[in-house]
Ligand binder design. Sequence first.
Ligand code: MN
Length: 197
Amino acid sequence: MGLAEYKRKRNFRKTPEPAGKVAPSQGELHFVVQKHAASRLHYDFRLELDGVLKSWAVPKGPSLDPSVKALAVEVEDHPLDYAGFEGVIPKGQYGGGTVMVWDRGEWAPDGDAAAALKKGHLKCAVNCEKLSGEWSLVRMARRQSDKNNWLLIKSKDDAARSKREYDVTVEEATSVITQRTLEEIAADADRVWTSNP
Ligand code: MN
């Protein structure tokens, strides 16, 4: 996909988001989840692949409960340096609202990730602060109109938790890089946080 759609949707004179470029990194593949209070609150689940961040918007957020199949809508690829973006996208701009770096770390695919994404079933192992463990992304793809709809599902492993006992999106409400809440990030709107991935 590349970054053409990402750039087309944004005016970089008006948004503090990184313009970015396709930049394959060395070593581990980056993983980030951003909590994004846009017109609707959602969590953006992003996996580095081929120099960009493959991205899914998860309206209800990820769950550590393997019985939960969370809708994950595939969105445009984002630049790698987006993984360090936390701040406020101005009102009226694409995705206007507050962005928090909610979780961050590395991930590894089970086999050939590009082929798995094409097939619509990606298994991955994530090493981070809140969502460590194994996950699956499964494309629904029943109709052409739903072709961007995937399900994000926690595998049954040691990190799995029943949602009744532990709801990770309720228990974990702050940024992994600044420990701020969404409200605190919004209050610091003029202070855009950027850090290299
Ligand atoms: Mn978003």
